[in-house]
Design a binder for this molecule. Structure first.
Ligand code: HEC
Length: 151
């Protein structure tokens, strides 16, 4: 009896958590807009980092670290929105295969987050060559995921 009650309690809590994660999207279109918006903002900040890495803008350690912190925060947000049921159609460039392999997608997302965390650590240090190298790894992670997941 105790176990049954426990199981029900766990299921209820789990259900609420899943509900809460998805409640932000009333329809697939909302999930698409959400993830595209987050990607768009990430790309803006990443572009500023790229300009410094390529020498088009002078390297300013504080600006670089601040932009990286924004990306690090944003990188936690959009992944559920990619896996929202029905969001593979409409105004999206996402391949429908993503929804068939959510674990594969999540692992690419986690790898990206890990690379961004390393960039954040490098940005706090004084070694610009380390920053450049890690910027390259993050860019590879963007490209790698896009190759697998975008039409
Ligand atoms: C784990 C996978 C993944 C990673 C990592 C990733 N992206 Fe994306 N990105 C996507 C997918 C999938 C889409 C297509 C979204 C859609 O159209 O619904 C996308 C879309 C975009 C878009 C288009 C947004 C729009 O307005 O339609 C930009 C820009 C972008 N990504 C930039 C980046 C940059 C820059 C990085 C790295 C700093 C990055 N992405 C990392 C999967 C990823």
């Amino acid at each position: 009896m105790k176990t049954v009650a426990k199981t029900i309690a766990i299921l209820v809590i789990f259900g609420i958590l899943i509900g809460a994660a998805w409640a932000q999207f009333a329809k697939p279109d909302d999930a698409v807009k959400y993830r595209q918006s987050v990607m768009f903002v990430i790309a803006k900040h990443f572009g500023r980092l790229g300009a410094m890495v390529k020498g088009e803008q002078p390297y300013d350690q504080k600006v670089f670290a601040d932009d990286t912190a924004v990306i690090e925060f944003l990188a936690k947000l959009p992944w559920e929105a990619f896996l929202f049921p029905g969001s593979e159609t409409g105004k999206t460039t996402m391949k429908s295969e993503v929804l068939k392999d959510p674990d594969g997608f999540k692992s690419m997302a986690q790898q990206f987050e890990a690379e961004v965390a390393k960039l954040s650590a490098a940005a706090k240090g004084g070694d610009f060559n380390a920053v450049k190298a890690q910027f390259g790894s993050v860019a590879q992670s963007c490209k790698g995921c896009h190759r697998e997941t975008r039409k």
